[in-house]
Design a protein around this ligand. Structure first.
Ligand SMILES: NC(=O)c1ccc[n+]([C@@H]2O[C@H](COP(=O)([O-])OP(=O)(O)OC[C@H]3O[C@@H](n4cnc5c(N)ncnc54)[C@H](OP(=O)(O)O)[C@@H]3O)[C@@H](O)[C@H]2O)c1
Length: 246
């Protein structure tokens, strides 16, 4: 997949990994649209880079998502890369007596359902392009869960499996299906966590991810994810012990 001359939509492109991916695609000569809920972050991204345009949208709100799809279809009919990056993580314990239902709804609707619907809604546009890609940002926690974020891990595991099955379904089309699988990355989501555990910058992740996309490596295991894959295959109990309290 070439990195230049694309029209790219990055969900959650106003900060962290999404912003780094947006900047990198812009640098390679692609037009980039970033969406998210916080318009200040989005406008800052647009202001710093003329190749990036912002569109405010809560992708988990179905009406807002439909508005995004209509806007892109009308204004950017050449869209050929959809990066499903937006995500949240809550930490809570099912064994305590709190009501966790709001947080469960939020995580499942943002991290999973919103991406599935976006893919479904954008596929008619993407399949018209001679070269297109869907890029799903999952997590090393899709493979081995941590105790403090069970629903987050479940949504990432679901996206990991979905991505594989989608790749099978689209293998005879022009749409390539990529998965970026990061371990710890230094962003708002991991603030104050993971010191000394090999946290990498969003820019380092992006450099590796773009190398993977450019060489059609569909499952892109970033940094420590590679070690975790191997460990989980040969010594799964050790992998679980390391990640459980991560
Ligand atoms: N950081 C890590 O160590 C790590 C590791 C593995 C995987 N990941 C994954 O990488 C992705 C990016 O996370 P990050 O680390 O870069 O964290 P981040 O800086 O918090 O970025 C998350 C982005 O998602 C957006 N977002 C959240 N809910 C949204 C919604 N309903 N609609 C639209 N946008 C929404 C946020 O923007 P608004 O707040 O403006 O909506 C934000 O820009 C996530 O899917 C995360 O699970 C991160």
């Amino acid at each position: 997949m070439k990195l230049s001359d694309n029209t790219v939509l990055v969900t959650g492109g106003g900060s962290g990994i999404g912003l780094a991916l947006a900047r990198a695609f812009a640098l390679h000569g692609s037009a980039v649209i970033v969406c998210g809920r916080d318009s200040n972050k989005l406008m800052a991204a647009q202001k710093e880079n003329p190749a990036i345009v912002a569109f405010s949208c809560d992708i988990a709100d179905d009406k807002e998502q439909q508005r995004l799809v209509e806007h892109i279809t009308q204004q950017y009919p050449n869209l050929n890369v959809l990066i499903n990056n937006a995500g949240i993580q809550h930490n809570y314990d099912f064994s305590d007596s709190d009501d966790h239902t709001r947080r469960i709804d939020e995580e499942v609707s943002i991290n999973l359902v919103a991406h599935l619907k976006l893919i479904d809604r954008f596929l008619p546009l993407l399949t018209k392009r001679p070269s297109a890609a869907i890029v799903n940002v999952t997590s090393a926690l899709a493979l081995v869960p941590k105790q403090s974020a069970p629903v987050y891990c479940a949504t990432k595991a679901a996206m990991h499996n979905f991505t594989k099955a989608l790749r099978y379904q689209l293998e005879d089309t022009s749409v390539k299906v990529f998965e970026i699988i990061p371990a710890l990355v230094d962003t708002e989501m991991t603030k104050g966590r993971g010191k000394g555990k090999g946290k990498i910058t969003p820019e380092a992740l992006t450099a590796e991810a773009l190398r993977g996309i450019a060489s059609d490596r569909y499952e892109i295991r970033i940094g420590k994810t590679k070690v975790l894959f191997a460990l989980n295959r040969f010594l799964p109990a050790v992998a679980e012990r390391i990640i459980r309290n991560g």
